[in-house]
Design a protein around this ligand. Structure first.
Ligand code: CTP
Length: 403
């Protein structure tokens, strides 16, 4: 219920600012009250007059307006709100927030507030993809800032890609969700998730690994947890922080991962997102392998690692009710995924193209296709968080149908 809630809307510079007007109208229609702050560049795109006409309130722009500070100080502005929503959030504004800058009213409010913040980023695709923006985004997300979008689509600059702001109805739903007591369709269910790479040691100082960042698996653990599941995340080495409330079991090798998974059974749902090394060194050396006198390169021989997904799928009475695998492919994605689903004996498989040009491995976005008992569903490119949420909701829907 958002009726009676007070939203502080921050409008920063960008063509998508015009959509903030529609959002204000919808928020007011839902019974919320809205106060708005425009940054200077935000005010180039929408005027304080048009914003005030829709909010029915004074719209704030400058930091050091004495009248505003006497009527209502910037601290009051955030204190009197239940949620702060930034629509659109420009790359520059996100950078300011991430770095704690406070050189205008909007950024000062962001630094001074203890209220929750929802950002709807909008920018050119290359600005969105830039490592600086992605790092700022990660910093903000880690601080608990909520993010909606951006979506993929055509942009005002004539380009196509990620960076188009979420639509007002999507932002409105995110605001409604924020105020709705958390729904927990997966409450009482136990989920086992594997994530990250495995490291296969050659000797005490060297190992073989792959480029998996673990981001997709961690995002799934987080999404499953937020729908109420009791989540055990068995993860190979990653740089990621553990999603709150998730039970992390850190492992190194494929064999460790399998042992940890078997220990975590029984589970209702198993999702294998880890990029498990298919082989390990046949004879791991207990001592650092030295260069031989003639500098002769050593010959390594490999043995196959256990297949965790296939093992969980064929676990007999302990088999989780729903077993989901991933298929990381660099060619013939659909066909390879179909045969992997059969070979491994899992129930669903999510396939993605991990060719280096796609940026999936290590990146923040994923383009997936889901094969389940109903057929093949191609998902648009989206953030790994959004894909995790979509998957978790699909799982919740499936399990609801089965009850
Ligand atoms: N997987 C696993 N244990 C392994 C290998 C893979 O649990 N030893 C799981 C992965 O977590 C993923 C699925 O199996 O859910 C498919 O992994 P992928 O790397 O795409 O396939 P592989 O089984 O390695 O087959 P191939 O190398 O032939 O593509």
């Amino acid at each position: 219920m958002i009726a009676g809630k007070s939203i502080l809307l921050v409008v920063t510079g960008g063509i998508a600012a015009y959509k903030s007007l529609e959002l204000i109208r919808r928020l007011r229609d839902s019974g919320a009250s809205v106060r708005a702050i425009l940054t200077k560049s935000g005010a180039e795109f929408v005027t304080p007059l048009s914003v005030s006409a829709l909010t029915g309130e004074k719209t704030f722009v400058e930091l050091f307006s004495l009248t505003d500070e006497t009527e209502i100080g910037h601290i009051q502005l955030s204190r009197q709100s239940d949620l702060i929503v930034v629509v659109p959030a420009s790359a520059d504004f996100m950078a300011k927030m991430a770095h704690g800058r406070a050189d205008d009213l909007a950024s000062t409010v962001m630094l001074a507030t203890d209220k929750d913040v929802l950002l709807a980023p909008a920018m050119n695709v290359r600005m969105w993809d830039h490592p600086a923006t992605q790092e700022n985004l990660a910093t903000l997300a880690q601080r608990g800032v909520r993010i909606i979008g951006p979506n993929e689509g055509s942009m005002a600059c004539g380009e196509f890609g990620m960076g188009r702001m979420a639509e007002p109805n999507e932002i409105l739903s995110a605001i409604k969700n924020y105020f709705t007591p958390t729904e927990a369709p997966l409450a009482g269910l136990k989920a086992l998730i594997t994530a990250g790479p495995t490291h296969e040691a050659l000797d005490p100082v060297r190992y073989i690994a792959n480029h998996s960042s673990g981001k997709q698996g961690y995002a799934i653990a987080n999404a499953m947890k937020s729908l109420g599941a009791d989540v055990t995340l068995v993860s190979g080495p990653t740089q990621l922080s553990t999603p709150s409330g998730v039970n992390l079991v850190p492992v190194t090798s494929a064999r460790d991962m399998l042992a940890a998974c078997q220990k975590a059974l029984p589970a209702d749902i198993a999702i294998c997102a880890a990029a498990v090394a298919d082989w390990r060194i046949a004879e791991q050396s207990n001592q650092k392998i030295k260069k031989t006198s003639g500098n002769e390169a050593p010959t390594l021989s490999f043995v196959q690692n256990p297949d965790i997904l296939a093992t969980l799928s064929k676990q007999g009475p302990k088999r989780p009710g729903l077993v989901i695998g991933f298929a990381a492919e660099t060619e013939n994605v659909e066909n390879n995924a179909k045969s992997k689903l059969e070979r491994k004996g899992c129930d669903w498989i999510l396939a993605n193209d991990v060719s280096p040009t796609t940026g999936t491995f290590g990146g923040d976005n994923n383009t997936l296709l889901l094969i389940d008992e109903t057929g093949i569903d191609h998902w648009a490119k989206m953030t790994k968080d959004a894909a995790a949420e979509k998957l978790s909701r699909r799982i919740a829907d499936k399990l609801k149908l089965n009850t």
